[in-house]
Design a protein around this ligand. Structure first.
Ligand code: RIB
Length: 302
């Protein structure tokens, strides 16, 4: 059976330290606990799509190390099509060093490893996956040339194309916008993409409108506890976030995107899909770790 969703992106092993607070520059800080879990924005989004009710294929790379095998097995365990997950000889798998503080804030350093070797040709080889999908999702933890090729190919094939611009450090190439149906930045990414300060709903709306003017089809600015702002050419709509007690916000954005896409593929309207993604993300922040925190459909549909 062909997958309805294809994710082109990263797989990381997350090395997570919990501490009362994040360390300052030059400081050695005693932490409270340590764990290792599968993560990476691409893989997290694929897991979220799978757990929340849609078939999905992953296009990415792992290294030829123990982490690589564990990352692949984690996706296979979810029923994700991994035929396009390659192994890079002599290269380490992607790794994320994550510190989470008592207030559930995190700081993340990523080492791209094999994610940095995902060339456009690696996606081109699996064009049949793109052709048979309904939705294609990209992020920014693999080379820009690969993201650029995938977005353009998705548009050429008439697919629904989603870019989660994470992590964003500055504006996107101007020719990308016309290929994007849904652009999903958080506050800091919306700010990086537009150069506008984004702190509240009004400033998020301004940033979203700027991104529409650049050519994006629709923009969903995720604002953590302030919810999400859906900005379209017809106007904008605020979706308040469910109120929860957060434990760890890692992968909340990934869970939102996976839930949103799974709901779209299951036939829900855009607004319903956003609200569903928010409910999934809210549950994820009450749990520790990236992939272990992502809920299953049965937990959200009574
Ligand atoms: O979005 C969360 C993810 O960002 C983590 O799993 C980590 O791997 C980094 O890629």
């Amino acid at each position: 059976m062909s997958a309805k969703v294809v994710v082109v992106g990263s797989l990381n092993m997350d090395l997570v330290a919990r501490a009362q607070r994040l360390p300052r520059a030059g400081e050695t800080l005693a932490g409270d606990s340590f764990f290792t879990v599968p993560g990476g924005k691409g893989a997290n989004q694929a897991v979220a799509v799978a757990r929340l009710g849609a078939s999905v294929a992953m296009v990415g790379n792992v290294g030829d190390d123990a982490y690589g095998e564990q990352l692949r097995q984690a996706l296979e365990h979810e029923g994700i099509d991994c035929q396009a997950v390659g192994v890079c000889e002599g290269v380490s798998s992607g790794v994320a060093l994550i510190t989470v503080d008592a207030a559930s804030q995190n700081a993340i350093v990523i080492i791209a490893g094999s994610n940095g070797r995902l060339a456009p040709e690696s996606v081109q080889r699996f064009d049949a996956l793109l052709q048979s999908a309904e939705v294609i999702i990209c992020q920014l933890e693999v080379p820009m040339a690969t993201v650029a090729w995938t977005l353009a190919r998705g548009r050429e094939l008439g697919k629904t194309v989603i870019l989660n611009p994470a992590p964003a450090t500055g504006p996107l190439p101007a020719d990308w916008f016309a290929h994007i149906d849904y652009l999903t930045p958080n506050e800091s990414e919306a700010q990086a993409l537009t150069g506008l300060p984004v702190t509240d709903l009004d400033s998020a709306r301004s940033a979203g409108e700027r991104l529409l003017a650049l050519g994006a089809g629709r923009v969903i600015v995720t604002l953590g506890a302030q919810g999400a702002l859906f900005v379209t050419p017809a106007g904008s709509c605020h979706f308040p976030a469910p109120v929860v007690q957060p434990l760890d916000t890692t992968a909340a954005g990934d869970t939102f995107i996976g839930g949103f896409v799974a709901a779209l593929v299951r036939g829900l309207e855009e607004g319903e899909a956003i609200a569903f993604g928010q409910r999934a993300a809210a549950l994820s922040v009450t749990r520790a770790g990236a992939q272990p925190s992502i809920p299953y459909l049965a937990e959200l549909v009574p």
